[in-house]
Ligand binder design. Structure first.
Ligand code: EPU
Length: 423
């Protein structure tokens, strides 16, 4: 038996959706909070399964955690070292932020693997090189990563590729080391800037926020603080695309305009009917008459995390569009499912070529990763007839109450239990 999402498509949506706190920021804030060895309060934490996995890891490290409504209270005054070999480490990728945190605190870390969606190759060489630049000795023994931080020192890191995770891990280690560390070619995602603000509130000295050169004067004693997580810009984008595909009028609240500028630029080119004021975005179903070429790129470029939702939206456009997926070598699991629903999409050399079709038809489809599963929900809302989306566990990793939020705006969508006889 399996929980699935059942959707009867082609319903005009109308109403308000409130955006939850950012997944990709909170998965960094939670490990970083330990550095205070004190009480840290973080508001606007979404109840998604990645958060519960991180809380499980905190508890194994002897940390007291309370989670009420959307507020997480983390008391790490009694934190103790534990090898990072818990099963929860393998449920998400961001668990590797514990590497840098514990390495700086205890000068050693033994870890087993990390998890995360399968999107093609996702090495961690840039993280390891950054740690090495800061004096870490690294070895891999069978399936274990062993980091020796007995001789940590400040340093100069120049990334040869932009990486969100490696930038965050470099920051989390550097702020614990006495002296000045410079990080060049850093990623500039808003989640990184916000993490730096959080660390600064805890007492760290970090300059260059929002730029690709971050300068850290490390070794300060950190202390507890209170912080408010930002709205999830990828959740905004997902619902904005749903609105552009299916809504009479969808009002999306808790939006930071600057964080979704790349999507708004695309909406402008496609002449999507939307308006934005203060922190509210309104989107209406729009007849798109032309194709577009989109390149996914690090922030402020068009986010790879919206590539899959955008593919579903463009699948029923007039014209031919191309999305060049420049970040991941294999973030295409949704394409086969969309084609089975009647889309006409080819992938060659990381280029997704979408020939718009008149309509999609409902089917049983398999979500195989977080944003891919969300893109199939979008396809189900667009499609004629009934769609069943499998892979709900992926959606629950990153979207708070997607079914409830969509029902509130009159989508014909429900959670069902089905037996497919294959699990
Ligand atoms: N890369 C390397 N070596 C490394 C690290 C990364 O070659 O050591 C490569 C990756 O394989 C990829 C590129 O660099 O081709 C960028 O990866 P990055 O490290 O920036 O990604 P990440 O930190 O693993 C975060 C988000 C992802 C989002 C990417 C890109 C979190 C927890 N995850 O991943 O979010 O796609 O940045 O913006 O912050 C999602 O939310 O669905 C998601 C996958």
């Amino acid at each position: 038996m399996e929980e699935v999402i059942r959707i009867k498509g082609q319903k005009l949506l109308e109403g308000t959706i409130h955006i939850s706190g950012s997944k990709n920021l909170c998965v960094a804030l939670i490990p970083a909070s330990i550095l205070a060895r004190d009480v840290v309060v973080i508001h606007n934490i979404p109840p998604i399964s990645d958060v519960y996995s991180l809380v499980e890891i905190l508890e194994q490290l002897g940390i007291c955690v309370e989670y009420h409504q959307d507020t997480l209270i983390i008391d790490s005054s009694n934190v103790k070292y534990h090898d990072l070999d818990m099963p929860a480490m393998e449920r998400l990728r961001a668990s590797y932020y514990f590497y840098s945190v514990l390495l700086g605190m205890y000068h050693k870390v033994t870890a087993s693997g990390i998890g995360g969606c399968r999107l093609g190759e996702r090495p961690i060489d840039l993280h390891i090189k950054a740690f090495e630049q800061l004096g870490t000795k690294f070895q891999k023994q069978e399936n274990k990563y062993i980091f020796d931080g007995e001789n940590l020192h400040a340093g100069h890191i120049i990334f040869d590729k932009i990486s969100v995770g490696a930038t965050i891990n470099a920051i989390l280690l550097a702020i614990q080391i006495k002296g000045k560390t410079i990080i060049e070619n850093a990623a500039t995602e808003p989640e990184i800037t916000e993490l730096c603000k959080f660390l600064s509130k805890m007492g760290a000295t970090i300059e260059g926020l929002g730029t690709d050169c971050i300068v850290i004067k490390g070794g300060k004693t950190l202390h507890g603080t209170t912080f408010y997580n930002i709205p999830d810009r990828i959740e905004v984008g997902t619902y904005a695309l749903i609105g552009a595909a299916t809504a009479k009028n969808l009002i999306i609240k808790n939006v930071i305009k600057e964080h979704i500028q790349a999507l708004l630029d695309l909406f402008d080119i496609l002449e999507v009917d939307y308006s934005i004021k203060e922190n509210e975005l309104q989107v209406r179903k729009s007849k798109i008459k032309k194709g577009i070429i989109v390149l996914t790129a690090p922030y402020p470029g068009f986010p790879t995390d919206l590539q899959q939702p955008l593919t579903s939206f463009l699948a029923v456009n007039e014209g031919t569009s191309v999305i060049i997926e420049s970040i991941y070598t294999n973030r295409f699991a949704h394409i086969k499912e969309l084609n089975e629903m009647g889309a006409n999409i080819n992938v060659t050399n990381m280029n997704i070529i979408i020939h718009g079709v008149k309509e999609l038809r409902g089917l049983v489809v398999n979500g195989k990763d977080l944003r891919g599963a969300a893109s199939l929900v979008i396809a189900g809302l667009i499609a004629k007839g009934e769609t069943v989306v499998r892979g709900l566990e992926y959606i629950n990793r990153g979207y708070e109450n997607m079914i409830k939020k969509l029902r509130k705006v009159h989508a014909n969508i429900e959670l069902c239990i089905e037996d497919f006889g294959d699990n």
